[in-house]
Design a protein around this ligand. Structure first.
Ligand code: SF4
Length: 430
């Protein structure tokens, strides 16, 4: 959306800056997400009574009246998100603005790297919607059937990102693995990634979440090209076959383990991260134990733990055996504890190695700066430099010398970092 607005001649401002127009991309993935969406809109409305406020995204799509009642000027459906500047102009929400040209549908220029934002990775949306029906998922109701962006558009965008100086792009979609299914024979994620690697020079390409059932073993051949980063986010959701069946997930413990084995054999230093839901309806103590043990066996590099949240409109909401909140809370704590152990043990494997790090952001620290960045296999790395050093958006081979809470400590050549601040790392900026 930021790109669409920038492409239509608007100036983007940073977080906390005053704007004429605020656009909220609301989320409905859990009750908590919907509640936070409401809170933020209310706060922003109160703090900026004269600004125009627009809401879009899945919560706005599913509950437009609830969202309209928060005092927003317009609610825009997910389908119409790409036409936001036109819709805002047509509704007369920006009175003093210049006439707004329609965005070029074939190519939307990206936000410049120096926009003041903290991101150096560009997210390239190649797909939207999903044809699966996981029983807990409201997103598929909000986003509709799967549809893919034409390959030439994606290539044009990534080439433009490379021209703008981006070092890394992340291919994203609601169901990325289904990319191309609607585009006819010869189109698919394999073809997409292969073509991007062949026809663009972007140094680093990362894939966002991929459903495990979408990948064949020959998919991993793509990683022979080192520009494709060794990181797979494969949402498992539960490590128990019975729970997986009730979730209508098209995978099992055996299939998932086999897939991860093949991926690790083909991709050096691979990090495999996942999403896990705890407290799904009918999840007994024994099922949860199984899930916990399986997650431990797979040795994920990182878990995103979600407490099951009942969403009206999903079939899981109507299932018997809804788990008490206190039990869900306890299981979540267990899974978080396991996550901390798994993360630390994955990080430890890389102490002593030198790896390229894309440095992203900094914050003042002592008399210098503390920088934060990511390796190709998604390890968070922090380092300290003198106040003049500017590592932003640079990929620099970095010696990983130790682990610190939630990250690895990186050491840069003195020619890059200047004199060390001499202070211990106290906290990690993500
Ligand atoms: S594959 Fe993902 S987006 Fe599709 S229904 Fe399942 S959880 Fe939802």
């Amino acid at each position: 959306m930021a790109r669409v607005f920038a492409g239509a001649g608007h100036r983007l401002v940073g977080p906390g800056d005053v704007a004429d127009l605020y656009v909220f991309n609301t989320c409905a993935v859990t009750h908590v997400a919907a509640r936070k969406s409401r809170q933020v809109i209310r706060q922003m409305r109160r703090a900026n009574p004269n600004a125009a406020v627009v809401a879009t995204g899945c919560y706005a799509q599913l509950s437009p009246q609830e969202v309209a009642a928060l005092g927003v000027d317009m609610v825009v459906s997910n389908e119409d998100k790409d036409r936001l500047p036109q819709l805002v102009a047509e509704a007369g929400l920006l009175h003093d603005a210049d006439p707004i040209p329609a965005p070029d549908a074939a190519f939307l220029p990206n936000t410049p790297l120096d926009d003041g934002g903290s991101h150096t990775r560009a997210f390239v949306k190649v797909q939207d919607g999903c044809d699966n029906r996981c029983t807990f998922c409201i997103v598929t109701v909000a986003r509709g059937a799967g549809r893919s962006r034409p390959l030439p558009d994606v290539i044009a965008e990534i080439n433009r990102l490379a021209e703008l100086g981006y070092q890394e792009a992340v291919l994203s979609g609601v169901h990325l693995g289904s990319y191309g299914h609607d585009l006819g024979a010869g189109h698919g994620l394999y073809q997409l990634v292969k073509t991007i690697l062949a026809e663009t020079d972007l140094p680093r390409l990362r894939l966002s979440s991929l459903e495990p059932w979408d990948l064949d073993a020959d998919f991993f051949e793509l990683w022979r090209n080192e520009r494709l980063l060794p990181h797979l986010h494969l949402p498992l959701q539960s490590g128990c076959d019975d729970t997986l069946r009730r979730m209508a997930r098209r995978t099992s413990q055996a299939e998932f383990s086999q897939l991860v084995r093949e991926a690790r054999a083909a991709i050096p230093d691979l990090s495999v991260t996942t999403d896990i839901i705890v407290g799904f309806p009918g999840e007994t103590d024994a099922e949860f134990e199984q899930s916990l043990n399986f997650v431990n066996e797979i040795e994920f590099a990182k878990l995103h733990v979600f407490r099951y949240s009942r969403r009206a409109g999903t079939s899981a909401a109507k299932m018997r055996g809804q788990v008490a909140d206190s039990v869900v809370q306890q299981r979540s704590q267990h899974m978080h504890t396991l996550n901390a152990q798994l993360e630390e043990s994955f990080r430890r494997r890389f102490v002593g190695r030198q790896m390229p790090v894309l440095w992203e952001s900094n914050e003042p620290y002592g008399f210098g700066l503390q920088w934060s960045g990511l390796t190709g296999n998604y390890l968070r790395v922090v380092t300290q430099t003198n106040p003049q050093a500017n590592l932003r958006n640079q990929v620099i081979p970095t010696k990983l010398v130790d682990t610190v809470p939630a990250a690895l400590l990186g050491q840069l050549p003195a020619s890059v970092a200047g004199n060390s601040t001499g202070l211990p790392v106290l906290r990690v900026i993500a």
